[in-house]
Design a protein around this ligand. Structure first.
Ligand code: SF4
Length: 339
């Protein structure tokens, strides 16, 4: 048993074996004083994921430190599951995966163990390169936008893509991120939830603060004066009963949703229209905001798309300096510093 590897990569099966060997189970992790350090570290994993986009490092010199590190992972996943917020799940998954990639960059002996765990078909070549099955390559590289990741620009041999260890690590990061996102939220029993209530509440508060900081409105509600001319025009048209094209309705609703307005707040704006049709508006708004599927809403279109769709109205001097209507709001409201 390589306890250091288990602690560094706590998603590996050998991490679970390490915990079993030490007679640690989930119930005692949550309730026993013995594992208070693991719970503290689990909370820290989530806090650093939110605040730094990456799980922080801790010394792993002693077996005790390694066991606490291994156990902190399931504890962190339980907290994330209980908060049950899509933004948090994605951010946490990214932070864990990003940390793994950092660790792998100085520990190439664990590449293959990680790849096997993540079911990424690959082999280590004798020249330090790695060969990855092209199907797995396509699956985990499709989010990489740089042209160097296009399959046509790779060294493809007999169905396998030859990669440097750095690039291989980056794709393993995507694989782990996808894995964690697909596994969460866990079904956490109610008595466990009660026992970790304080940590759940702590993360919920930090999460709300972070989301507010990231929101163009700073979580302070929408100010009409900061809306770009296009959105003011479309909103006024909607409220005056003008029949809007789908592209305009979509742009407005997705924009208001991105500003942080709730479904109820958005439908209240549309309700001012003289021919307001609640069931039709409700269906459209729920779909655009993601309310009907418990997910995130659509991203509002950028200025170029608005122009193509003929719904860029009354552009002013500030419009000449931006390429997205959300930037207009940020600049107008003085929130030019993008977190
Ligand atoms: S330039 Fe952009 S922000 Fe300005 S009115 Fe046109 S679409 Fe709206």
């Amino acid at each position: 048993m390589d306890s250091l590897r288990a602690a560094r990569y706590p998603f590996l099966k050998e991490a679970a074996h390490f915990a079993e060997e030490n007679s640690a189970d989930i119930e005692s992790l949550i309730t026993s004083h013995t594992y208070a350090s693991a719970r503290k570290r689990g909370l820290e994993r989530v806090v650093s994921a939110i605040s730094q986009y990456k799980v922080s490092d801790v010394p792993l010199l002693q077996e005790y430190d390694r066991l606490m590190e291994v156990l902190s992972y399931p504890y962190a996943r339980m907290i994330v599951s209980c908060v049950n917020d899509r933004f948090l799940r994605k951010r946490y998954a990214l932070a864990e995966a990003s940390r793994m990639n950092d660790l792998l960059s100085n520990d190439r002996t664990s590449d293959m163990a990680v790849a096997e765990e993540l079911k990424v078909r690959s082999t280590a070549d004798t020249d330090g390169m790695v060969s990855m099955h092209f199907c797995d390559y396509l699956r985990f590289s499709h989010v990489m936008k740089a042209v160097e990741w296009k399959l046509i620009n790779t060294d493809l041999r007999s169905g396998f893509v030859r990669l440097s260890s750095d690039k291989f690590g980056r794709l393993l990061q995507n694989a782990l991120q996808e894995r964690i996102e697909s596994e969460l939220p866990l079904n956490v029993p109610n008595d466990f939830r009660k026992a970790i209530r304080n940590d759940i509440d702590h993360i919920s508060v930090i999460l709300t603060e972070t989301k507010n900081k990231l929101s163009p409105t700073g979580g302070e509600g929408m100010n009409y004066d900061y809306l770009p001319p296009c959105m003011r025009t479309i909103l006024a048209s909607a409220q005056n009963g003008v029949n809007l094209p789908h592209s305009a309705r979509f742009a407005l609703v997705s924009y208001l949703n991105a500003l942080g307005l709730s479904y109820e707040q958005i439908i209240a704006l549309f309700a001012q229209s003289p021919d307001f049709d609640e069931s039709k508006s409700s269906y459209q708004i729920k779909h655009i905001t993601g309310e009907d599927r418990g997910g995130e809403g659509y991203t509002p279109p950028e200025c170029a798309t608005m122009k193509t769709n003929g719904i860029c109205f009354d552009a002013d001097s500030l419009c000449g300096k931006i390429n997205h209507p959300l930037s207009y709001y940020r600049i107008k409201s003085g929130r030019t510093e993008r977190q």
